[in-house]
Design a protein around this ligand. Sequence first.
Ligand code: FAD
Length: 409
Amino acid sequence: RTGVLVVGAGEAGVRVAASLRELGHDEPILLLGDEPHPPYQRPPLSKAFLDGTTDHDTLALRTPDFFREARIEVRTGRPVADLEIDDSGAGSARCAGGDTVAFDHLVLATGARARTLPIGGADLDGVCTLRSLHDAETLRARLARAHRVVVLGAGYIGLEAAAVASARGLDTTVVERENRLLSRVSAAPLSEFLLDRHRAWGVRFELDTEVREIVGDSGRVQAVKLADGRELPADLVVVGVGAVPGTELAEKLGLEVRRGIVVDTAGRTSHRGVFAAGDCTVLPHPHLSDELLGVESVQNANDQARAVAAAVAGVAPPPPAVPWFWSDQRDLKLQIAGISSGHDSYVVRSSSSGNDVTVLYYREGALIASESVNRPKDFMAVKRALGKDRTIPPTAAADPDTLLKDLII
Ligand code: FAD
């Protein structure tokens, strides 16, 4: 029997366990993860690991010594297939291999999996998604042999993969259904900026374009067929069309699921005794009442996990955190502070060099978020302002030479 069972040994799961120990929680903690590897970081998988500048040894989330000294048991290769709980949230878990574990507290940290495309040819050899270390190893090996790469989806993962492929000198095309890059999360100026930079690296874009099917020969990918009938030749296709939260166990337990597992700011699910954190969840939107938000970021996984640990340990919740995120694309360092959805206006700052940009987002005149490329001071200033519930007046912010930190009011 364990005190706390965490299902999913990723960013959120590991942080729940580590935070419980930091809070002095003394009960046994068990992490069950379905992947064969010890817990690892995902962000490098589409960046330094993919381009070969870092390797496996830098990916570990924590050392084996850390887990041993903290008395956190991690079992890998153990997909949890079924859960039973009572009214208090205590219960038992059954792994796919048949072993069962009884627990007092349950935390779901099952993350998300890569969305696949429901089109013909999606399972051809040479069509890759990028979520796990296994995916990244496969893609890295294939990039080394590829000539023509087609990336489906101009979100962060698609753009990072395109940046790596183009840096290797590969013929790279990105196909995107919407008419601009990062349309789900960013305003047009950032989309335009990234489009220009990727084009300067030689990446081609097919925007406003649907994919009809992936065409193969003898089981190997050969081309991507577009809705207008054109075919883009490809020996490697990277599908970067988003992630699907891992909600199956929550659904079996009858927890409220709306795209992700619905949680409150303490990470409580609709069952008061069951907690969830990370990419498998949706949480109250900070600006839009009635809306729920899925935030797929390392920061969110960690901060939700800290809140869950506090609730399980029965101590005061940590103060609310400012959401932040980053993406690296060759020499571009994108940094995001806050949540921009729900904005009603924005201000753009960029220097005359054209190598940087910041978009500041406002709602009813108040600063709610920013996205910066190669302007780390802007990012830091906005993060600080949001953390103190302060703002930066939009008119003054438009001057790219004024330091934002001096404008915080
Ligand atoms: P995960 O890290 O996905 O961990 C969940 C784990 O649970 C997985 O190992 C999963 O296999 C396991 N699991 C699922 N179901 C079961 C089950 N039934 N039984 C046992 N185990 C189970 N974020 C950033 O902030 N910046 C970045 O630059 C960035 N880059 C990224 C690049 C890539 C390629 C990817 C994939 C993600 C990136 N992210 C980035 C997002 C970030 O990695 C995630 O938000 C974070 O990993 C979420 O942590 P998590 O613990 O919720 O989920």
